[in-house]
Design a protein around this ligand. Structure first.
Ligand code: ADP
Ligand code: MG
Length: 349
């Protein structure tokens, strides 16, 4: 019996799954395979049947374009699970897609947004169990981000991680594998998009959609002067005529639009530094601050943060998949992590 158990464990370990349940996207990491799935956190639901009509990228295309009987939603937009039956549906769908072999049930580690409540966490765990998880664990986002960014978090040395996602920015100081000080604000990538929409409306009297705003942010957005400023041609709808209107926007203008939002992120980092014990502040100023998450990719955020704090700031390699990689990798060290169960919830039972 023992031997059989061991063989089973061996097969199961090959299926260790790490899931980054992000507000903007869901990424799934499978042991030895890497990131196998990366889809926007969007579900389109058929209101008649209550069943999902499309999930992920396909559903994203429908945002703002659905007829009356279908709704496309981002169930975790604000970093909380605003709609948990939809979140559950989405999670199950993604897990089933990556675990084809139903005979062996994987161990699943999930990283949830920091704003979720215990009840919501329980819902996430239940969904993962129903989708075929043998054991399901949750990990805090900053810890997963730090592991994914390649930091050795077990050392008695302070490291600061700033993860900027779609809905939330999470700032944490980590030492000895645990979070010492942290802060989470609902100001991140989506707020940059909103600020662009507001700005275009005010300055050009035109309305643009979320997707255009996001494109502009990625293409010409910045929060610190660029070496070479850029311009971009966009299409909106004029508030005056109600007709399509073509507008040229410059990176300087977008920077003006994003000033307030970026200042809020800088303030949040400040407030964490203020609450950090001096020894750890010393470590951080020596090692620098590491940034992860898609929102951190906006041009100049590292420079801005560095100029405001006097500490070096580094953008992690592949900031979008850090958390997923770290979540998956944490299963390898579950023995060690379990001992520090203050930040792990073992929901095996
Ligand atoms: P979450 O963890 O909340 O799912 P992500 O880490 O996937 O979020 O980051 C999503 C955010 O990153 C979105 O707001 C998206 O617009 C933004 N983003 C992605 N790529 C870039 C880029 N190149 N420049 C600026 N923002 C970006
Ligand atoms: Mg994230």
């Amino acid at each position: 019996m023992k031997l059989l158990d061991k063989i089973f464990d061996m097969f199961n370990a090959q299926q260790d799954v790490g899931i980054d349940l992000g507000t903007a996207s869901v990424l799934v990491h499978v042991k030895d395979k890497g990131i196998v799935l990366c889809e926007p956190s969007v579900v389109a639901i058929d209101k008649g049947t209550g069943k999902p009509y499309a999930v992920g990228a396909e559903a994203q295309k429908m945002l703002g374009r659905t007829p009356g009987n279908i709704v496309a939603i981002r169930p975790m937009r604000e970093g909380v699970i605003s709609d948990y039956s939809t979140t559950e549906m989405m999670l199950k769908y993604f897990i089933r897609r990556v675990t084809k072999n139903r005979l062996f049930k994987p161990r699943i580690m999930i990283c949830v947004p920091s704003g979720v409540t215990e009840v919501e966490e329980r819902a996430v765990i239940d969904a993962a169990m129903q989708a075929g998880g043998r054991q399901v664990y949750l990990i805090e986002e900053p810890i997963a981000a730090a592991i994914g960014a390649g930091l050795d978090i077990a050392k008695a040395c302070g490291r600061m991680v700033v993860d900027i996602g779609g809905g939330t920015s999470d700032i944490a100081v980590i030492s000895l594998g645990g979070i010492v000080v942290s802060n989470s604000i609902k100001v991140a990538g989506d707020k940059f998009d909103d600020a662009i929409i507001k700005y275009i409306r005010k300055k050009f009297n035109a309305i643009i959609g979320d997707r255009t705003a996001e494109e502009m942010k990625k293409e010409i957005g910045s929060v610190y002067p660029m070496e070479e400023e850029k311009t971009m041609q966009i299409r909106g709808r004029s508030l005056v005529t109600g007709l399509p209107q073509s507008i040229e926007v410059s990176s300087e203008e977008i920077r003006e639009a994003l000033e307030e939002v970026s200042a809020q992120i800088v303030d949040a980092v400040h407030s964490v530094l203020e609450r950090t014990p001096p020894e750890l502040v010393g470590d951080i100023s020596e090692n620098g601050i590491i940034m992860t998450g898609g929102g951190a990719m906006i041009y100049g955020l590292d420079k801005l943060l560095s100029s405001k704090t006097g500490i070096d700031v580094f953008l992690a390699d592949d900031p979008l998949s850090c958390v997923a990689k770290g979540t998956g990798a944490s299963l390898d060290n579950i023995g060690i992590l379990r001992d520090k169960s203050s930040y792990m919830y073992d929901m095996e039972s």
